[in-house]
Design a protein around this ligand. Structure first.
Ligand SMILES: Cc1ncc(COP(=O)(O)O)c(C=O)c1O
Length: 328
């Protein structure tokens, strides 16, 4: 928490870095460089124009959660902005794993960025010859803000709207997060933890770095693509979990009226995982306590996220050894 402002449910603990004394390495264009020496040019269009794409990924107990899905989204975002990535997807996966191994991490937060690369001060992307790849890995923050999982969070509906399809598409996870940042300012000033943004037609879209779900009875709903959402990897996992648990899940437009009258509301995101929202714009949501559906889905999510089948293993030999020792 900075100053007296309420912490978002999803800010990385500020102490995480301090507890971890050993030198970390960052992947920059094929090289692993000590973190405090790793840098890219001030002439990179990622900095000059926000011209680039990124992913935020988690590893749990040696398994990188849904890494292939993140890589797919990264390449789709890059393709949309006509940014060519000089590595094949499989090699990108290996670069992520290599960085984690170099840093001897099992529980980690991974930030993977592709920028347009070095150009001149003009906008022309053709002047950027080579895109830059940066992979930062850090020890994971145990569970973001522990308060939020057990106690839930408060939110406002922000005045800032998500970009529509005909603007800079909301589906691109680009280096421009200004609408989320402005919405987060509103939350801070309102003294709540999070801001929920609407699309340009006034339907519920998502929070500043999380997707949103509402629950009423046995029915779960989450805004559909046409409500200006990012296709969240956690959102997808939660839809699968909820369906497996027998809930009906619909992806559709949701009005602010439905949001404020839901029995349960929760957010999903790589860093946030699953976080209940208990108060929005001063209205108590449902019972005002973490609801049974949210708790059940979170329970399932926490047991599945570190299974080898949930992603790609960082240290595959370790798993083979474990299997061999079990068979003895
Ligand atoms: C704007 C936005 N929406 C939703 C999400 C949730 O996506 P994911 O579950 O893939 O982390 C994120 C997280 O990066 C985000 O930045």
């Amino acid at each position: 928490m900075k100053g007296n402002s309420p912490s978002s449910a999803f800010d990385r603990s500020e102490s995480a870095g301090k507890e971890f004394e050993r030198e970390l390495y960052v992947y920059v264009n094929g090289q692993l460089i000590e973190k405090d020496k790793a840098c890219i040019s001030v002439m990179d269009h990622g900095l000059l124009y926000g011209d680039g794409v990124f992913e935020g990924i988690r590893a749990y107990n040696g398994v990188v959660f849904r890494l292939r899905e993140h890589i797919e989204r990264l390449y789709d975002s890059a393709n949309y902005i006509r940014l060519s990535i000089p590595l094949k997807k499989e090699h990108m996966i290996q670069a992520v794993l290599e960085t984690l191994r170099k840093n001897r991490l099992r529980d980690a937060y991974i930030r993977l960025l592709i920028t347009r690369g070095v150009g001149d001060l003009g906008l022309n992307p053709m002047n950027c010859k080579d895109s830059s790849i940066v992979i930062i890995t850090e020890p994971a923050v145990p569970s973001t803000d522990p308060r939020s999982k057990s106690a839930g969070i408060t939110a406002i509906i922000s005045s800032i709207r998500r970009d529509p399809v005909d603007a800079t598409s909301h589906e691109v996870k680009s280096l421009n997060y200004l609408n989320s940042i402005l919405a987060r300012w509103e939350a801070i000033e309102a003294g709540v933890n999070e801001a929920i943004m609407l699309d340009t037609q006034g339907f519920v879209s998502e929070a500043t770095a999380e997707n949103i779900f509402i629950v009423r009875g046995n029915a779960i709903a989450t805004p559909s693509t046409d409500s200006a959402i990012l296709h969240g990897v956690t959102r997808h996992a939660v839809i699968e979990i909820a369906q497996d648990l027998g809930y009906s899940v619909s992806e559709r437009r949701i009005t602010p009226f439905e949001l404020l009258n839901a029995e349960e509301v929760f957010l999903t995101g790589t860093l946030a995982e699953i976080v209940p929202v208990l108060k929005i714009n001063g209205r108590i949501i449902g019972s005002g306590k973490v609801g049974p559906v949210t708790a059940r889905i979170y329970g399932e999510f926490s047991s599945m996220r570190a299974r080898p089948s949930a992603g790609i293993q960082i240290y595959p030999d370790e798993q083979a050894e474990l299997l061999a020792s079990k068979q003895k």
